[in-house]
Design a protein around this ligand. Structure first.
Ligand SMILES: [Zn+2]
Length: 67
C-alpha cells in the first residue's frame, strides 16, 4: 500500500507498520511504501498518524460503502 507522496521516478521506501481497523479492531500487518524524500518528514508523520486513525479493513470499508 502506498501512502503519502511519491515523485515520478523516485525510489520508494518500504516500511512495516501495524495498522488496526478502527471499526472491528482487526490488526493488519501493513507493508507500506512512500517516496524516499517524503519519508521522515513531519508531513509524513502526520499523514501516517491520520492514516492509522482512519484505517478500515476491507470488510468494514465495504460495509460502510453499502450503508
Ligand atoms: Zn474492520
Amino acid at each position: 500500500m502506498i501512502i503519502g507522496r511519491v515523485l515520478e521516478n523516485e525510489k520508494k521506501v518500504k516500511f512495516e507498520e501495524e495498522i488496526t481497523c478502527n471499526n472491528c479492531g482487526k490488526k493488519v500487518p501493513g507493508g507500506l511504501q512512500t517516496g524516499a524524500s517524503y519519508y521522515q518528514t513531519q508531513e509524513f508523520q502526520k499523514e501516517l498518524e491520520n492514516f492509522k486513525r482512519n484505517y478500515l479493513c476491507g470488510i468494514c470499508r465495504d460495509k460502510k460503502r453499502r450503508d
